[in-house]
Design a protein around this ligand. Structure first.
Ligand SMILES: Nc1ncnc2c1ncn2[C@@H]1O[C@H](COP(=O)(O)OP(=O)(O)OP(=O)(O)O)[C@@H](O)[C@H]1O
Ligand SMILES: [Mg+2]
Length: 342
């Protein structure tokens, strides 16, 4: 299935010349009373400098776990079972809490699905935006001026007056703009956004995505953008990683992956995307079957039980990431040049 041009390449993910973050073979487990959940298994990917990486996949595939592991916010019952997250000479997967406190809010910031996760409901927007600048060696009035400047950057109307309001006095879209402004105030190298538009209606979603793209270009930071919404990922992202059952199953430039997905799971995700379905239908298609039990991930290919193209090898052998096109890799035996499926 791999073209002649790439058939000689080994099964390695494409390397970005100078990535901001390199996730190398990361595995994360959760301890639960019902057993250990292997939520991330041998994840390798890179967040390129100054680019937007999209993370997609069904609910429960591990997107948030990966996002949280990059900002040191994994739950108490999580354990890094292997691998590393390299950023500027540090391994984020094994940082001590003190080192995390220094990195969070300086080099790495996060926007959550629910803006109230990061806003304090009983403190004015202004105080929160001034407090977050506690590291800056500038006066309070300068911090206030900077807060207004950043609220203007996120196109919040009447920015100065917004400093005196409480979060509940703003609409959901405005609250998310405030969170984006607060995240950018610290001038992070990496901005992590976990479903930041899922709670908003379609018009607001488009506005926030357009804003994020503009701000990313202005500030030049890298963004890890987690979303269920494939159209939004196509709009915003430069690269995309598709996750299934705790693994990256496909990775590449957004244009190539969206134009020619090479993993049957990615193909199935696109087939079920409401935005891509041309015929009017009352029942949206879904991928048949369910995610495997992450306490005992299957040997072989994790998607095989739901895959219409599965064959003998898929049960016996865990597929590596095969080169599948220019800058594109897919964890599927059909992309193995040795597999003659033409
Ligand atoms: N603290 C936890 N304890 C136990 N299991 C957890 C914990 N957090 C997540 N999980 C499990 O880890 C797996 C990955 O969850 P995660 O939240 O990363 O998925 P997701 O892709 O972000 O899903 P969604 O799209 O619904 O947000 C799931 O099986 C989930 O139930
Ligand atoms: Mg999630």
């Amino acid at each position: 299935m791999a073209s002649a041009a790439v058939s000689h390449r080994t099964a390695e993910a494409p390397q970005t010349a100078d990535p901001l973050v390199s996730v190398e073979g990361l595995s994360v487990d959760f301890a639960t009373p019902r057993g250990t959940i292997h939520a991330l298994r041998d994840i390798s990917l890179e967040v390129p400098k100054g680019k937007v990486l999209g993370l997609v996949g069904e609910s429960g595939c591990g997107k948030s776990t990966l996002a949280y592991s990059m900002i040191g916010l994994l739950a108490e019952n999580a354990r890094v079972a292997g691998g590393a997250i390299r950023m500027g000479g540090q391994d984020l997967a094994h940082l001590k809490p003190k080192a995390w406190r220094d990195l969070r809010g300086t080099r790495i910031a996060m926007i959550f699905q629910d803006p109230m996760t990061s806003l304090n409901p009983v403190t004015t927007i202004g105080k929160q935006m001034i407090d977050i600048q506690y590291r800056e060696p500038i006066s309070r009035s300068e911090k206030r001026a900077r807060a207004i400047e950043f609220l203007e950057q996120v196109q919040l109307p009447d920015a100065a007056a917004k400093l005196d309001v409480y979060p509940h006095q703003l609409s959901g879209g405005m609250r998310q703009r405030v969170c984006i402004a607060m995240a950018l105030l610290t001038r992070p190298d990496l901005l992590i956004a976990d479903e930041p538009t899922t709670a908003l209606d379609a018009t607001l979603e488009l506005q926030i995505v357009t804003l994020l793209r503009e701000l990313q270009e202005t500030f030049g930071c890298s963004v890890l953008f987690v979303s269920h919404h494939l159209g939004t990922v196509a709009e915003l992202c430069d690269e995309v990683a598709v996750m299934y059952a705790g693994e990256v199953v496909e990775r590449g430039h957004v244009r190539e992956v969206f134009h020619a997905p090479r993993h049957p799971y990615t193909q199935a995700l696109f087939d079920c995307d409401p935005a891509r379905i041309r015929q009017a239908t009352r029942q949206l298609p879904t991928i048949p079957g369910t995610l495997p039990d992450l306490r005992q991930p299957p040997a072989g290919c994790a998607f095989r039980a739901r895959c219409s193209k599965a064959f003998g090898r898929c049960a016996a052998e865990h597929p590596p990431l095969h080169a599948a096109g220019p800058g594109q890799v897919a964890r599927c035996h059909l992309n193995d040049p040795a597999e003659d499926v033409a």
